[in-house]
Design a protein around this ligand. Structure first.
Ligand code: FAD
Ligand code: NAP
Ligand code: MG
Length: 458
């Protein structure tokens, strides 16, 4: 095993889960294989590593990050908790169920900072191209060291693609938009609500980005927010100032025309129209080709590329579960790479994929989706020794979360949930989410204590 070389593309939550999975085995006395993780950014954390930049990074690569200032977890943290590293272990005290981005970033880093994970990662290193040699059964990966502007390559036995899929915008065209006089951007380039204060904004899309950017802009003082849906509206009882229209048909100047005949003028249009799975470094025959859904085709157990299981994809599903799903996947992938798990034949794997796809086709709405992904997690957990957690209880929390959002989109983040890892009930945040305009870690973790200390002194 020692001479096996494993490459991981991306040091976001999925890539880091893969490194952690190997380390967990090392803790049990196994020797580490040779691992090299390639990360084009200068730090780990993937999406959680916030960048103020848009368009391109420091070295001219497409900018990965789609996160923005004032982004808070959009699901209860109890639904994503690592089962081998709890929030209690990291923060040493109960925190609220919906932390802001810097706090979750801190948590992700906590687990790997305890180890030598950083030693495996080559930062500022972009994967350019991958070839698979049918004779040697090895990957040849062409890399750019962005810092010194140098191209080189590595031979690898396994390749784990953990490059994320919420980075390359899907940007549809609407007639007349080229003459719209205000701001036109994709959610990928949205960096905060500030610039939309006192503006009338139109968001196209009806999923998480539309919902959250709409609510963000409302919270931070937009004059009006309109969401425009293609298939189904989000359909909740919106507060005054946010409304939903059917799809835009076209624009004339600053005026948007909607399918139901309504027209309205806007200062800005934000396309919340989702992302493309994009692997510019993979040849067509190795490339995962899929829309954003709960079970991409051609991946056995959602991870092994069926025609070539040495090629492993992590985190390519649409996500209810996130960090704990990436972990469950990474542990299974690790066991395969370490010869601790044997895969059935390609034909048998195909049948297993088909069973999941059939069920995926029949899903009817969010509650069904939660059950589907929960069953998928259970299947993964049965295949490795990733510490089991109560998946049914997490599924229940997801369903309560869906209801909380429907009840009140402005207050759902004030709710608290109970950890399935430690049993700890989350703390109430010191400030209601709608009144909390500061998302820093310091304010989140210490402000209330400081205020108490100050009032004690007085
Ligand atoms: P990413 O986090 O996208 O990481 C992929 C990494 O691969 C990046 O570091 C990138 O630089 C690197 N990479 C890509 N291409 C190359 C290359 N060619 N060479 C080298 N490196 C490369 N999830 C939640 O659980 N809660 C939330 O509240 C939440 N909010 C979100 C908000 C937004 C706006 C978005 C877009 C996503 C959100 N998510 C949220 C989902 C988020 O995608 C996951 O939490 C998680 O970041 C996915 O991890 P990943 O490692 O699979 O991908
Ligand atoms: P998404 O869930 O894939 O949704 C894409 C949306 O775009 C759908 O509503 C889709 O409508 C619409 N769409 C696609 N093409 C369109 C077209 N041509 N015209 C009109 N509408 C079109 O993508 P997302 O909302 O960007 O979410 C991506 C990820 O980011 C999610 O995992 C989410 O959790 C995360 N996120 C989190 C937060 C947070 O608060 N923490 C905030 C934002 C995003 P149809 O239904 O018609 O296909
Ligand atoms: Mg969806």
């Amino acid at each position: 095993m020692k001479n096996k070389r494993i490459g991981i593309i991306g040091a976001g939550p999925s890539g880091l889960a893969q490194i952690r999975a190997f380390e967990a085995l090392q803790d049990q006395g196994y020797a580490m294989p040779e691992i090299i993780c390639f990360e084009k950014q200068d730090n780990w954390g993937g999406m959680w590593n916030y960048s103020w930049r848009t368009g391109v990074g420091k070295y001219g690569e497409p900018l990965h990050g789609s996160m923005y200032k004032y982004l808070w977890s959009n699901g209860p943290k109890e639904c994503l908790e690592f089962s081998d590293y709890s929030f209690d272990e990291h923060f040493k005290k109960p925190i609220s169920s919906y932390p802001p981005r810097p706090v979750l970033f801190d948590y992700i880093q906590g687990r790997i900072k305890k180890s030598n994970a950083r030693d495996y990662i080559r930062f500022d290193t972009c994967v350019r191209w991958v070839n698979f040699d049918e004779d040697t059964k090895k990957f040849n990966v062409i890399l750019d060291d962005l810092k010194i502007n140098k191209t080189y390559s590595e031979e690898l036995d396994y390749l784990v693609v953990a490059s994320g899929h919420f980075s390359t915008p899907n940007m549809p065209y609407f007639k007349g938009i080229e003459n719209f006089p205000g701001t036109v951007m994709h959610a990928h380039d949205f960096r905060g609500a500030d610039q939309f204060k006192d503006r009338n904004i139109l968001l196209i899309g009806s999923s998480y980005s539309a919902e959250d950017i709409g609510v963000q802009c409302y919270k931070h003082g937009a004059k009006s927010v309109t969401l425009s849906y293609r298939t189904n509206p989000i359909g909740i009882d919106w507060p005054e100032g946010i409304k939903e229209f059917p799809l835009v048909t076209h624009f004339k100047g600053e005026t948007a025309f909607f399918k139901d005949g309504t027209t309205e003028n806007y200062d800005a249009v934000i396309m919340c129209t989702g992302y493309q799975h994009k692997f510019p470094f993979l040849p067509d025959e190795l490339r995962l080709k899929t829309k954003n859904n709960l079970f991409p085709d051609h991946l056995y157990k959602g991870i092994f590329f069926n025609q070539l299981p040495q090629l492993i994809y992590l985190g390519m599903q649409d996500q209810y579960y996130t960090f704990n799903m990436f972990d469950a996947q990474a542990w299974v992938a690790r066991d395969f790479m370490m010869n601790r798990l044997t895969l059935p034949t390609e034909a048998e794997r195909r049948l297993d994929i088909d069973r999941w796809l059939e069920r995926n086709d029949q899903l009817e709405g969010s509650l069904d989706n939660v059950d589907f992904q929960s069953d998928y997690i259970k299947d993964l957990l049965s295949l490795s020794d990733y510490p089991h957690f109560n998946v049914d209880r997490v599924a229940q929390m997801f369903k309560e979360w869906l209801q909380d959002k429907e009840d009140n989109i402005l207050t759902y983040r004030d709710k608290t949930y109970q950890s399935v890892v430690t049993g700890t009930v989350a703390a109430q945040h010191h400030t209601d989410w709608m009144d909390e305009l500061n998302d820093s870690k310091e304010r989140y973790l210490y402000e209330a204590e400081e205020e108490e200390m100050i009032s004690d002194r007085i």
